[in-house]
Design a protein around this ligand. Structure first.
Ligand SMILES: Cc1cc2nc3c(=O)[nH]c(=O)nc-3n(C[C@H](O)[C@H](O)[C@H](O)COP(=O)(O)O)c2cc1C
Length: 141
C-alpha cells in the first residue's frame, strides 16, 4: 500500500508538518504548488493552511483534478491561527471523488503575526506523526 503526503503551504507551517509526517512514514511530501509527477497512491494525507477561513483555491483545484481510480483513503490536516476545522470544502471534494476520509481530522495551530509563536511545535509534530500512522493503519484495515 503506497502513501503520499501532499500539501499546500504559503508560509511554511503546513510544510513542516507534512515533512515530519512523510519522514516518519518513509514517504515523500509533495508540494502541490510546484510541478511534480502526478500523485497516484492508494492513500493520501492532505495538508493545507487556512486563509480567510478556508483552504487556498490551489489545493481545492488540485483535489478536483485528482485521478479517481487508485486513491481509496485519505486523511486531512490543517494548520491555522485558530486551530479550528475549516476543511469542509476540501473534505467534500475528496468524498465526491469516491475517496473514504479518515474520520478524525487533525487541526493544528500555526504561527500567524503575533499569534501562536513557535507553532507548530514539538508536541504538534508528535501529534502529527501519530495521526499519519493512524491514517495508514486504518487504511489497511
Ligand atoms: C493571508 C492569510 C489569511 C489567514 N486567515 C486565517 C483565518 O481566516 N483563520 C485562521 O485561523 N488563520 C488564518 N491565517 C493563519 C494561517 O492559517 C496560519 O498561519 C497557517 O499556519 C498558515 O499555514 P502555512 O504556513 O502552511 O501557509 C491566515 C494567514 C494568512 C497569511
Amino acid at each position: 500500500m503506497s502513501v503520499t503526503v501532499i500539501y499546500y503551504s504559503r508560509k511554511g507551517n503546513t510544510r513542516r508538518v507534512a515533512e515530519a509526517m512523510a519522514s516518519a512514514l518513509g514517504t515523500e511530501a509533495v508540494d502541490i504548488s510546484v510541478p511534480h509527477t502526478p500523485v497516484n497512491s492508494d492513500v493520501l494525507i492532505v495538508g493545507m493552511g487556512i486563509y480567510a477561513g478556508k483552504p487556498d483555491q490551489n489545493i481545492l483545484s488540485y483535489i478536483d483534478n485528482l485521478p479517481v481510480n487508485r486513491i481509496k483513503y485519505a486523511g486531512v490536516f490543517s494548520t491555522s491561527a485558530s486551530g479550528k476545522d475549516r476543511m469542509e470544502t476540501a473534505v467534500s471534494m475528496l468524498r465526491h471523488k469516491g475517496i473514504t476520509i479518515h474520520p478524525k481530522h487533525l487541526n493544528l495551530r500555526g504561527s500567524f503575526l503575533w499569534m501562536n509563536r513557535g507553532r507548530p511545535d514539538e508536541k504538534d509534530m508528535h501529534k502529527a506523526v501519530n495521526f499519519a500512522e493512524d491514517v495508514v493503519r486504518s487504511a489497511g484495515e
